[in-house]
Design a protein around this ligand. Structure first.
Ligand SMILES: [Zn+2]
Length: 271
């Protein structure tokens, strides 16, 4: 604890972070830094969770701004049936991430790491900047009906506000060095953001060797479940040790939205 305190430049316990988590929940999948005060006011009481009366089956009724959670036809996550994915020679997904100073937040729904203009992906002639990444356990997407123990979401936005999310499934295996670094600073208490002095995080270390992906059009997996999100679920997983997975689950007790129907959407797969 003492050692941790020394490494922290500052720690916030401000109500503003309650806004990030509860009043501005869309920001979990988008950008925590650009919340509109108007939007915050309109959804200020729409607290949501992963179980009980504010759980996923009720999200669409918690606030008018969450209505897509029940009426949307292009929702995420989905089950990816590998044999049904349409194989195509898709343009390569090109990710250029640089290291950035570590800012890590437990927002009550996930553990999130902010990125500060230090990462870009280019796909289909569009560039998206990495805003943040965060984790789910178990995985939200399934492959052939199977959950992985965890899933990483790298959330990107382009100049027009379009979202592109890279999903990386995390299976149990060897300890992951980048997660080891992050987990040393895992904020156990919610609404706590730590800027860790002298520690750099590099999202490129969290990508598998191949960026071959399953692609489809979906939504945020947290309220307001907005659609128009370009999803890239990587075909190759990364690994984390059983201990690393357990350490995350001690802090976040189950944060996966159930699988949503495809409703005729197709999933393409890059070769
Ligand atoms: Zn997510």
């Amino acid at each position: 604890m003492i050692e941790m305190a020394k490494t922290m430049k500052y720690v916030w316990f401000l109500p503003a972070l309650v806004c990030v988590s509860i009043a501005c929940p869309s920001r979990q999948e988008s950008n925590t830094r650009a919340a509109s005060p108007v939007a915050s006011a309109t959804v200020a009481k729409a607290e949501w969770s992963y179980g009980g009366e504010t759980g996923p089956e009720h999200w669409g009724d918690l606030s008018p701004s969450y209505v897509l959670a029940k009426t949307g036809r292009q929702q995420s996550p989905v089950d990816i049936v590998a044999s049904r994915a349409i194989r195509k020679d898709l343009a390569a997904l090109n990710a250029r991430y640089d290291a950035t100073s570590l800012e890590i937040l437990n927002n009550g729904h996930t553990v999130e790491v902010d990125y500060h203009g230090r990462g870009v992906i280019a796909v289909d002639g569009r560039e998206y900047e990495l805003a943040q990444f965060h984790f789910h356990s178990p995985s939200e997407h399934t492959i052939d009906g199977e959950h992985a123990p965890m899933e990483l979401h790298l959330v990107h936005t382009d100049a027009g506000g379009h979202l592109a999310v890279i999903g990386v499934l995390i299976r149990e295996g060897r300890p992951h060095p980048e997660l080891a670094l992050l987990w040393r600073h895992l904020p156990a208490a919610p609404f706590r953001k730590e800027a860790v002095e002298g520690v750099q995080v590099d999202a490129s270390n969290l990508l598998p060797g191949s960026l071959a992906s399953y692609r489809y059009s979906g939504s945020l997996t947290t309220p307001p479940c907005s659609e128009g999100v370009s999803w890239f679920v990587l075909q190759a997983p990364i690994e984390a040790s059983a201990g690393q997975i357990a350490a995350f689950r001690e802090v976040i007790h189950g944060n996966n939205r159930p699988i949503q129907p495809l409703n005729g959407r197709t999933i393409t797969a890059s070769r």
